[in-house]
Design a protein around this ligand. Structure first.
Ligand code: KIV
Length: 272
C-alpha cells in the first residue's frame, strides 16, 4: 500500500488579495533558513519574507546595505525547501535594481530561477516605477515597500518614524496608488503614523502589510528573531515578543555546558 501524501494548498498572490477583499487579516514573518521556515510554515504563517534584514539578524551588519544578491539567493533557496504552504517573497537587495529596469529584471529573474520563490519585494515608489513595470511584465509578482525603507537609511539619518510631515505623507499616498496601478500585489508600510497607514489601506484594493503602522492595515509583518525574543537588546514600541528564546536558549546552553563538564552527559543510555 503506498502512502498518500496530503496535498497542501499554497497561499498565492491572488489568495492574499482575496483575503483583503474578505476582510481577513494576513500574517507575515521573515525567515532566512530551512529549519525556521519549516516551523513557521507548519504553524500556519501565510507569507514568509526572506528579508534583506538577514544582513542584520543573520550576518550582524548595522544596516541592510551590505547583503548581496548571491547571499539573498542562498537564504531564499533554503526557505523554499522548508515551506510547503506559505507564499515566499524575497527582497531585492540594495544596488541590484535601482540603476535601470534591465538590471532590476535581471536580479528578479535570478531570484525566481535560482530559489523557487514566488515573488520579490523592493523598496520605493515613483523612482522605481520603470523597474517594477519591467519585472511585472515578465510575469514576476512584486510587493512594494514604502515609509521607512531601510536601504535609504543614510539619506534618512535614523530609523525614526517616517511621513510625519504633510509633504512626505502626500508622496507616500501617491506612491501607494502608483504601485497598485503598476500591478504590485501588496505593499509593506513600515513605521508610519497609524492614521496614515489606515488611509492608504482604504485607498487601494491590494493588501497593505504593516510594521509599526498600526492595525488599520490588512496584515502585519515582523522580523522572526524579534517576535521570538531572540535578542534582549531590541525593544521598539511596535514590537510584541511572543517568546523569550534569548533566555530559553541561553539557559539550555548553560545546562549543556554544565552537564558536559560534570560528565553527566552523555550517560549510559546516550552512548553505543
Ligand atoms: O527586510 C525585512 O525584514 C523587511 C521587513 C521589515 C518588512 O523588509
Amino acid at each position: 500500500m503506498s502512502a498518500i501524501k496530503k496535498e497542501v494548498k499554497r497561499v498565492t498572490t491572488k489568495s492574499v488579495i482575496e483575503m483583503k477583499a474578505k476582510g481577513e487579516k494576513i500574517a507575515m514573518l521573515t525567515a532566512y533558513d530551512y529549519t525556521f521556515a519549516k516551523l513557521l510554515d507548519s504553524a500556519g504563517i501565510e507569507i514568509l519574507l526572506v528579508g534583506d534584514s538577514a544582513s542584520n539578524v543573520m550576518a550582524g551588519h548595522d544596516t541592510t546595505l551590505p547583503i548581496t544578491l548571491d547571499q539573498m539567493i542562498y537564504h531564499a533557496a533554503s526557505v523554499v525547501r522548508g515551506a510547503e504552504r506559505a507564499l515566499i517573497v524575497v527582497d531585492l537587495p540594495f544596488g541590484t535594481y535601482q540603476s535601470n529596469p534591465q538590471e532590476a529584471l535581471h536580479s528578479a529573474v535570478r531570484i525566481m530561477k535560482e530559489t523557487g520563490a514566488h515573488a520579490i519585494k523592493l523598496e520605493g515608489g515613483k523612482e522605481e516605477a520603470e523597474g517594477i513595470q519591467r519585472i511585472i511584465s515578465a510575469g514576476i509578482p512584486v510587493m512594494g515597500h514604502l515609509g521607512l525603507t531601510p536601504q535609504s537609511i543614510h539619506q534618512f539619518g535614523s530609523f525614526g518614524l517616517r511621513a510625519k510631515e504633510e509633504a512626505e505623507a502626500k508622496k507616500l499616498k501617491e506612491d501607494a496608488l502608483l504601485l497598485e496601478q503598476l500591478g504590485c500585489f501588496a505593499i509593506v508600510l513600515e513605521k508610519i503614523p497609524a492614521a496614515l497607514a489606515a488611509e492608504v489601506a482604504q485607498s487601494v484594493r491590494i493588501p497593505t502589510i504593516g510594521i509599526g503602522a498600526g492595525n488599520g492595515v490588512d496584515g502585519q509583518v515582523l522580523v522572526m528573531q524579534d517576535v521570538l525574543g531572540m535578542s534582549n537588546e531590541f525593544h521598539p514600541k511596535f514590537l510584541r515578543k511572543y517568546a523569550n528564546l534569548h533566555e530559553t536558549i541561553t539557559q539550555a546552553v548553560a545546562n549543556y555546558i554544565q552537564d558536559v563538564k560534570s560528565l553527566d552527559f552523555p550517560n549510559e543510555k546516550e552512548q553505543y
